[in-house]
Design a binder for this molecule. Structure first.
Ligand SMILES: C[S@@+](CC[C@H](N)C(=O)[O-])C[C@H]1O[C@@H](n2cnc3c(N)ncnc32)[C@H](O)[C@@H]1O
Length: 337
């Protein structure tokens, strides 16, 4: 890799002064623009993604192109960069020109949440889910404002094998606020364990790679940043609809400090709550007095399947939402009897 990197002539990364003067650029707070200008760090992020040479890469939020340079040095076959801020077009066009002999680079100006990754990577080989991970990779120093929301969407796509995961087990190498990264990998009894930990671990092998100190960014954010990789599991821990799993976790973790039975009760209309919660716990063979963060992934799987059994017995439960209007409760109670 080191020898091929030498052959590539990339323009130098614009300095901060360049960014301000040439592009009259000011980091926009709403777009979470905190730039990485240190090549050693951007190289390390890309290295965390594994082998990308001749592969298909989507970079989310390239900004002035620090990580983009590190990606290009590794010569992917195709590189799609999705950036919301059009002020970066000239810098990105320059990079596109430099790598055109070996990497087909496409610049998409828009919101990553509207990007159709399946169409963008049309032509990439489709791997069987049980094969080695696919040659499609998502890499990004994500805007904090969208990162958690985006990872939930991507996990749903992983569970449904759609979007980038229609090509097989595509990997993600993304940055998060340090505390969010710690939550994603938190295991049983860890005080950081929450809904996000379990939902990530149901479908992916999640690894906290390293921490980037806030001072490495321009402008410096108030927090440190985690680089996390997620590779979909060959055999997901659960084979149930994403929405069901998400709903159970949302309710159980709603009462973090209380016995788990309290959160489980919220899955059921008030009138039948006690009876159905105790039935679920019996089916799942779970102690009602443990707290949500003390529940292992395997035990959560038993809870999901027990809830599924109850939903099949009482179809009205599927749409029941404890936050919903009272009328919904009455309707569901009627269906339960
Ligand atoms: C934290 S900065 C990182 C920039 C660059 N990758 C780096 O490491 O220096 C986040 C980038 O994402 C862009 N961005 C923000 N929201 C976005 C969205 N919804 N879709 C695509 N890009 C977005 C911002 O304009 C910004 O360039």
């Amino acid at each position: 890799m080191a020898s091929s990197a030498k052959l590539i002539r990339l323009p130098p990364l614009p300095t901060i002064r360049d960014l301000v003067k040439l592009y009259r650029l000011r980091a926009i707070r709403q777009l979470s623009q905190n730039f990485l200008m240190d090549e050693r760090i951007t190289d390390r992020i890309v290295k965390a993604a594994g082998n990308i040479t001749n592969h298909y890469v989507c970079e989310i939020g390239p900004g002035p192109g620090g990580i983009t340079r590190s990606i290009i040095k590794r010569r992917p076959h195709k590189l799609l960069v999705v950036e919301k801020d059009p002020r970066f077009i000239p810098t990105l066009e320059l990079l596109k020109e430099c790598c055109k002999d070996y990497t087909e680079m496409k610049i998409e100006i828009g919101d990553i949440r509207n990007s159709d990754l399946e169409t963008s990577f049309k032509g990439a080989p489709k791997h069987d889910w049980l094969d080695a991970p696919s040659p499609v990779h998502l890499i990004g120093n994500l805007p904090f404002s969208v990162s958690t929301n985006l990872i939930i969407r991507y996990l749903q796509s992983v569970s449904e094998k759609t979007s980038a995961w229609s090509f097989g087990r595509s990997s993600m190498t993304l940055t998060f606020q340090k505390e969010v990264g710690e939550r994603m990998v938190a295991s049983i009894k860890d005080k950081q364990r929450c809904r996000l930990s379990v939902i990530c671990q149901m479908w992916c092998d999640v690894q906290y790679k390293f921490t980037i100190p806030g001072r490495a960014f321009v402008p410096k954010p108030d927090v440190d940043v985690a680089v996390v990789t997620l590779v979909p599991l060959k055999y997901p821990m659960v084979k149930l609809p994403f929405k069901l799993v998400e709903k159970v976790l949302r309710n159980v973790f709603n009462m973090r400090q209380k016995y788990c039975v309290r959160g489980i009760e919220r899955l059921f209309p008030e009138e039948n709550r006690t009876e159905l919660a105790s039935k679920l716990l019996k089916l799942a063979d779970l102690d009602p007095t443990i707290r949500p963060f003390q529940i292992s992934n395997q035990e959560f799987v038993r809870i999901f399947y027990a809830y599924q059994v109850l939903c099949e017995e009482h179809p009205g439960l599927v749409d029941y939402d404890s936050r919903g209007p009272k009328s919904l409760v009455v309707k569901n109670v009627a269906q339960l009897s």
